[in-house]
Design a protein around this ligand. Structure first.
Ligand code: ADP
Length: 323
């Protein structure tokens, strides 16, 4: 009987549960035995691997978080650690593995295939949208909704009090959450790691908005840019007349029910992952979405082709709209 294991690894994202449920159901439907691994590669190393029943994956479609739990295991970069972990799959006769996670997790899946022949498929699950080979990662859309809703609410109070609010969002080294969330909520300034900026740029936006009669400002800062409190202080020194506040959204960006779009993305990609394994022609690959079609690339494509400067044109549009 064919055997497949599923794990989630690295940072959690909304829609990981939808992907788990889809992969498990699709594989069970083919008559395969399906296993869950708890806490990603840590559980693989600790032999925390268990057979999944249909009931285990029931009711997961709209649930935030990951039922399989997630963790980080930095030691997985050592070949001997990977060998020990791979052995725990092999001793059960499991030779297929679906890894739901970000580009770090994809590295691990890449090595498990190259070194141990485990047929791995990666499904991009991260709120950060920082993976090549897919237009969107699972969780990104839900996080955008949270961020744009948060910014809109902050805008209401900023307008009432005529304040300048800095809103810090997640994204690691990628500015997509800040850029797209900021545009969706009509932010006035957006600072992302991909685009150089100076404090004078924010000052100019504030002045131009003031000339238009607008005495409030929302500046979105991607966490990869630096310390938001320091940036706010710098502006306060240059423009002491402003009433400046800082708001850090924090971990609520990772939680809650996945959006319908993330559920559908996780479903499409989960089905594609099982189909690829079923055909048996490809492994060591990732699935992604490209103009509404599923795309398949080698896992290494995810990090080798990631260019964080793709969004410059859209950034210019965002700045034009900001005043
Ligand atoms: P994400 O998958 O969200 O990018 P991380 O970068 O933290 O999250 O990676 C998740 C896990 O993937 C790490 O804790 C580690 O176990 C594994 N991993 C990351 N980078 C590598 C690597 N270069 N080689 C092998 N395993 C890796």
């Amino acid at each position: 009987m064919r055997k497949l294991a599923i794990l989630t690894s690295g940072g959690d994202s909304q829609g990981m549960n939808t992907a788990i449920r889809t992969v498990a159901k699709a594989a069970m439907n083919k008559g395969w035995e399906v296993y869950g691994i708890r806490r990603g590669y840590k559980g693989m190393l600790d032999d925390d691997i268990f057979k999944l029943s249909p009931l285990d994956v029931a009711g997961l479609t709209g649930k935030g978080g990951t039922k399989l739990l997630t963790a980080r295991l930095p030691e997985f970069k050592y070949p001997e650690v990977r060998a020990k972990a791979a052995e725990n799959l092999k001793k059960r006769g499991i030779d297929q593995l679906v890894v739901i996670g970000g580009d770090g997790s994809f590295h691990g899946a890449h090595y498990l295939y190259e070194e141990h022949g485990i047929k791995t498929v990666g499904i991009p699950g991260t709120i950060d949208n920082d993976i090549a080979g897919t237009e969107q990662t699972i969780g990104f859309d839900t996080t955008l909704n949270i961020v744009s809703d948060f910014i809109s609410k902050v805008s209401d109070t900023a307008k009432s009090h005529e304040r300048t609010m800095f809103v810090e969002v997640m994204g690691r080294n990628c500015g997509d959450i800040a850029l797209f969330g900021g545009v969706a909520a009509a932010a006035n300034g957006i600072l992302i790691p991909e685009v150089e900026w100076k404090i004078e740029d924010i000052e100019n936006i504030v002045k131009r908005r003031r000339a238009n009669g607008k005495n409030y400002n929302i500046i979105v800062v991607a966490e990869g840019v630096g310390n938001t409190h320091e940036i706010a202080k710098e502006l306060a020194t240059r423009m002491p007349e402003l009433d400046i506040r800082v708001s850090v959204i924090g971990h609520m960006q990772r939680g809650g029910a996945p959006s319908a779009n993330d559920r559908l993305l996780a479903t499409k990609l989960g089905i594609a992952a099982v189909d690829i394994l079923d055909k048996g022609e490809q492994a060591g690959v990732m699935v992604g979405i490209d103009r509404n079609n599923v795309s398949v690339h080698k896992l290494s494509y995810a990090w080798e082709n990631y260019s964080s400067k793709n969004n410059k044109d859209f950034y210019d549009i965002a700045m034009m709209l900001s005043v």
